[in-house]
Write a protein that binds this ligand. Structure first.
Ligand code: LLP
Length: 874
């Protein structure tokens, strides 16, 4: 390869441009990395590599202070000199011969007559020294390592565009754009440089007057893009210390997905509205010249990364969500000039006058509202007051601050609106000041109070995925979650049914649909809960799954049973005639009178949740011991339909009526021995039960006769790979703490789902595989009659083709049932083997809770059969 001249090489392999930022050039091992990567790329393409670098981290800030005329400029210079000398020592190089010239020229600028006026050309020269120093020391080091690296002055190759009509003198020198349309002459001159690899500066270029100009913040990304465009490079790689661009800021949303592939326009929009890894200005040059870009992680050079190119899969959908804080809304009301030609021009003229660049715009007949982005504007109180004073001449002015702009970005936003109700409902409680939809159909922005935006993004991100608006299952576009990349995900243990595949397939042969329950899994979950020392009494909410084998298993494991109807009570005693009624709870909702009477007759513990029952049927309750269910005024749960707390819920005695209840109870000689609350199902908020405990303890003290606090069920399970497994240890620790605070009371729980959901699967046979308008559907012989949860709660259940478990999931299907309802869908856009065929046995996972228990014979389809597996296969 070395026998070939670099020019011939370039013709053969072309160029790759690599850009490294401040942190990537500030340590010796980082430079080793740069050398290795550059060499690797040159070898891979059989071509040449241009490396563009920023200044050492923090240096540009120091130079900016000097350029701004800081009083201690000399001390700052000394510190910079020391810093570079020390770094060269770390690199094992002699400082003077390498960077002496640049340091001397920087010192010379301090004494330059232009320093007095801080002329813009002088400032540009000062600022340019950061990159001149870092590139010079880097080139010397890489050469010393034996690499074929040359150094070049970017100002010989990048030329600022002539000033634009509206451009301020400042931006004509300190925030310039460069020419990037390459020509053959430029290219062949560039290629004549003798070394195979070249190192140059980001951020700096040649001004039209021959002096130095700089590109402004983010300039190194843009320099790399200019060079990429000018060279017609194979690729521009932006090397950073994060694994790429994400669907949200990972610090705020740990579930944010890596964006593996994006189109230029989407990437542009995402970087403009929040993502900091890539400067938005850098995209246009690459886009116009069709040069692909990549954002890559220096720590993980072979993994992850975001590719931005023209061939990015045309997957519509939301790709990212961002939040910008510090946004200012300015609204001008009652515009007297409505319908006069040019009134908008007059309004905007005032923004121009105050040098404010407007972001979003909303207009009505009598109002113009605009948002001002703090990253584009200097939004001082003075500026805003001056603007408001001027605008007052046009109408009444309101400045709303601080606001947050929450933006959804993705191709084809307008066609996604039908998928966004969940997202909109998240904004239900916040005051939305403004909604703006960009004319390029790439973004939808909501402006709300900054305080309301706190904590909203993780919820919105989850809602976008749940609704299908963010197509996270598209593996070409979406990569792993941030949490996974950082190893912060506890891997989901392999589900039991993988090991039982043969037995399940055999059972399916005797007829589908059928549920199969795995008792060892039920026992394992029961034992997990038994190990929680803070809990004194455990009941199983049998409504989740009343299968006799499950009831027996859990009673053997020491659980009592919680029932909600006379039917459940009878079933319990029919299944377990010897069961001590003391181990049974009756917690009905709006049950008929007779059920209370019979429950008392059976000797079980009855829970009441209203005053009216005592008043209407005093004889039934007189002299009884009861538990009291209280609505603590707040609820939670995986779906609004399973939230059982708060005003909208039918359950529980409101806190405000507890005293009234106790008055009636006393007159009847009723003794309240337990207080109970169950505020929702599938609750993921870890502190939920701890808070309940605290609140119930307060009521228990007031009542005086209470021995037990029952904090209900509601423990979640991870239905999808996106769900974090419930942190049982944290839950137990919270309960232990709160138990210590209230040692007088015993603690009871009554979970359903947690004990049985993962233990059950629904087996169904594929009936038909059909394509319609591009959507492939696989039909099952089980539908919403067999498993209602997806239709009722949009619940997620993993679905696999059990027959083809070892085949690649290379097809995408909507999985539907045979019921004549549009909601008869188990899952949309599910990955399954493309070869999925009628007759295949399909498995719907985690169906052990609220599966068969909620099944019906709708459409006169029979109820599914049920089987139980215990112990390992023979
Ligand atoms: N205690 C009471 C008073 C309840 O109402 C419930 C459930 C539980 C305990 C048990 O909750 P768990 O631990 O299973 O979350 N069909 C819905 C769930 C409805 C829950 C009704 N009450 C679903 O499939 O998600």
């Amino acid at each position: 390869m070395s026998a070939v001249s670099p020019t011939q090489d370039a013709a053969a392999g072309g160029w790759i441009v690599l850009k490294f930022g401040g942190t990537s050039v500030s340590r010796r091992h980082r430079w080793d990395n740069i050398g290795k990567l550059a060499q690797k790329r040159a070898d891979e393409i059989g071509g040449r590599v241009l490396v563009v670098v920023s200044a050492l981290s923090g240096v540009t800030n120091e130079l900016t202070a000097i350029a701004d005329g800081a009083d201690d400029s000399r001390q700052r210079f000394e510190a910079l000199q020391r810093r570079h000398h020390e770094f060269l020592a770390e690199l094992g190089l002699d400082a003077d011969p390498v960077v002496g010239v640049h340091l001397a020229s920087l010192r010379g600028l301090l004494d330059d007559p232009r320093a007095a006026t801080r002329s813009l050309d002088w400032q540009a020269e000062v600022l340019a020294h950061g990159e001149l120093l870092s590139s010079t020391l880097g080139a010397a080091y890489l050469r010393a390592q034996g690499l074929d690296f040359g150094w070049m002055d970017a100002r010989q190759w990048l030329h600022a565009l002539p000033p634009q009509p509206n451009q301020s003198p400042w931006s004509q020198r300190l925030s310039v754009n460069c020419r990037w349309q390459g020509d053959d002459d430029w290219r062949s001159r560039f290629a004549e440089q003798p070394t195979r690899m070249l190192l140059t500066q980001g951020f700096i270029c040649r001004h039209g007057d021959g002096g130095t100009a700089v590109l402004g913040r983010g300039g190194s990304d843009t320099s790399a893009a200019y060079f990429g465009a000018l060279l017609g490079a194979r690729r521009v790689e932006i090397w950073t210390d994060v694994p790429g661009m994400f669907s949200a800021n990972p610090r705020e949303v740990p579930d944010a997905r890596l964006l593996s592939r994006l189109g230029y326009a989407e990437a542009q929009e995402i970087t403009t509205t929040g993502a900091k890894v890539l400067h938005p200005r850098s995209i246009k040059p690459c886009r116009d010249s069709g040069v692909p870009m990549a954002v890559l992680d220096t720590e993980n050079p072979d993994m992850y990364g975001t590719v931005i190119d023209r061939s990015a899969a045309t997957v519509p959908g939301v790709k990212a969500i961002s939040r910008r804080n510090g946004v200012v809304l300015v609204s001008v009301e009652d515009i007297g000039m409505w319908q006069q030609v040019g009134y908008l021009a007059d309004v905007f003229e005032l923004f121009r006058k105050h040098a404010l660049s407007v972001d979003l715009i909303g207009t009505s007949q009598t109002n113009v509202t605009v948002s001002l982005d703090p990253s584009e504007n200097l939004l001082s109180q003075d500026v805003l007051s001056a603007l408001a004073a001027d605008l007052e001449k046009i109408g009444r002015v309101k400045v709303i601050v601080p606001c947050a702009a929450i933006t959804l970005v993705g191709r084809g936003m307008r066609s996604l609106l039908h998928m966004l109700p969940e997202v909109f409902s998240n904004f239900g409680h916040e005051r939305v000041h403004m909604i703006s939809q960009s004319s390029n159909d790439l973004n939808l922005t909501f402006v709300i109070d900054e305080a309301d935006a706190e904590g909203l993004l993780p919820q919105l991100h989850a809602a976008l995925i749940d609704s299908g608006a963010m197509p996270a299952q598209e593996t070409e576009v979406f990569g792993p979650r941030w949490r996974e990349i950082n190893g912060a995900v506890r891997p989901r243990p392999e589900p039991w049914w993988r090991g039982e595949r043969e037995r399940l397939l055999q059972l399916a042969r005797s007829g589908t649909p059928r549920y199969v329950y795995h008792l060892p899994t039920v026992r394992a979950r029961a034992r997990q809960l038994k190990a929680v020392a803070a809990v004194d009494h455990r009941y199983y909410a049998i409504k989740a799954n009343p299968h006799p084998a499950i009831l027996r298993t859990l009673v053997e494991e020491g659980f009592g049973l919680e029932c909600v109807s006379l039917g459940e009570l009878r079933h319990v005693f029919a299944t377990l005639p010897q069961l001590d009624p003391q181990r049974v709870l009756f917690t009905p909702s709006f049950a008929p009178h007779a059920e209370y009477q019979q429950a008392f007759a059976l000797g079980v513990t009855v829970t009441v949740d209203n005053v009216e029952a005592l008043q209407r049927w005093p004889d039934t309750f007189r002299g009884r011991s009861l538990w009291l269910r209280i609505d603590l005024g707040h609820g939670d749960g995986h779906h609004e339909k399973v939230n059982t707390g708060g005003k909208e819920a039918k359950f529980g005695l409101p806190a405000a009526r507890v005293d009234e209840f106790m008055d009636v109870a006393r007159t009847l000689g009723v003794i309240v021995t337990g207080v109970h609350a169950h505020l929702g199902s599938g609750v993921e908020t870890a502190g939920h039960w701890r808070l309940m405990c605290d609140e119930l303890a307060g009521f228990a003290r007031r009542i005086g006769t209470v021995a037990t606090l029952d904090i209900g069920g509601g423990l979640p399970i991870p239905y999808s790979a996106d769900d974090e497994p419930f942190d049982l240890d944290a839950w137990a620790a919270g309960l232990a703490e709160v138990r210590q605070v209230h040692p007088a009371f015993a603690l009871a729980i009554e979970p359903g789902r947690f004990l049985v959901a993962e233990a059950g699967v629904l087996l169904a046979a594929a009936t038909q595989v059909v394509e319609k308008d591009g959507v492939h559907r696989v039909g099952l012989d089980a539908g919403m009659n067999a498993l209602l949860r997806p239709a009722l709660y949009d619940a997620w259940h993993d679905i696999v083709n059990l027959q083809r478990l070892d085949e690649a999931e290379d097809g995408m299907f909507d999985v539907v049932g045979p019921i004549c309802e549009s909601s008869d869908i188990f899952g949309r856009r599910r990955r399954l083997p493309a070869a999925t065929t009628p007759g295949d046995t399909m498995l719907v996972a985690d169906a052990g809770a609220y599966g068969h228990a909620m099944a019906s014979t709708y459409n006169l389809r029979a109820l599914p059969d049920e089987d139980v597996l215990d112990g390992a296969a023979d």
